[in-house]
Design a protein around this ligand. Structure first.
Ligand code: AMP
Length: 213
């Protein structure tokens, strides 16, 4: 069983790396932002639009339901959770309840200037969740504005604008960054230096997973 967490600032590439991990190790990719967006609720939509965090208990319920599905029995890559110290403690309890052990925590280490560049070029497919970037030649779609995988129209995320991004970054520094020390102290943290090429960053991650196999 492989249980993997991916932590990092907004636009650090968590979704992209989680998808690669999911494909290579054949485990589900679980994104709390996708779980939350699937809940049709105006209050939640507004919180996401503002770049602040959704209530810990609410997210805990979503994560608990999702990790209890049979496809998670072989493991999963969980992206965007935990995001607060309360969530980190909740997750600890959830692992105990599900009788699971946490195998890897990957922290995507990247400078703020670089995430701003990534955020400003990011375009996503709302149908199949594929992620592209117009600021990196290797990450552009083959046809401008069209998803390579499913042919749907690509769009910018509504929270990928300068004002909301600053808010999301501040929330990350204040609420999420302390989790890095928490996992470091528990000796569970792997720091991954983000590279320009998605494949180079992934190589660092797979080296660590494969080494242990
Ligand atoms: P992301 O795609 O990971 O940048 O998340 C987008 C938005 O979803 C965040 O700005 C939050 O509003 C919400 N969100 C995602 N994951 C969490 C979480 N673990 N706890 C609270 N809110 C979250």
């Amino acid at each position: 069983m492989k249980t993997i967490l991916l932590i990092g600032p907004p636009a650090s590439g968590k979704g992209t790396q989680a998808r690669l991990i999911s494909n290579k190790y054949n485990i589900p990719h679980i994104s709390t932002s996708v779980l939350i967006s699937n809940v049709v609720n105006d209050e939640i939509k507004e919180i996401m639009k503002q770049g602040t965090l959704v209530n810990d208990d609410f997210v805990y319920q979503l994560v608990t339901n999702r990790l209890s599905q049979p496809d998670c029995e072989r493991g999963y890559v969980l992206e965007g959770y935990p995001r607060t110290m309360t969530q980190a403690h909740d997750f600890e309890k959830l692992l105990a309840k599900l009788n699971q052990k946490l195998n890897y925590v990957f922290f995507l280490d990247i400078k703020k200037e670089e995430v701003i560049k990534r955020m400003s070029g990011r375009i996503v497919c709302l149908q199949c969740e594929a992620i592209y970037n117009e600021n990196y030649p290797a990450q552009k779609p083959k046809n401008k504005g069209i998803c390579d995988r499913c042919g749907s129209q690509l769009q910018k995320r509504s929270d990928d604008n300068k004002t909301t991004f600053e808010k999301r970054y501040d929330v990350y520094m204040g609420m999420t960054a302390p989790i890095i020390n928490y996992y470091q102290e528990k000796k569970q943290l792997h720091v991954i230096k983000c590279q320009d090429l998605v494949a180079d960053t992934f190589q660092e991650i797979e080296k660590i997973i494969d080494w242990a196999c």
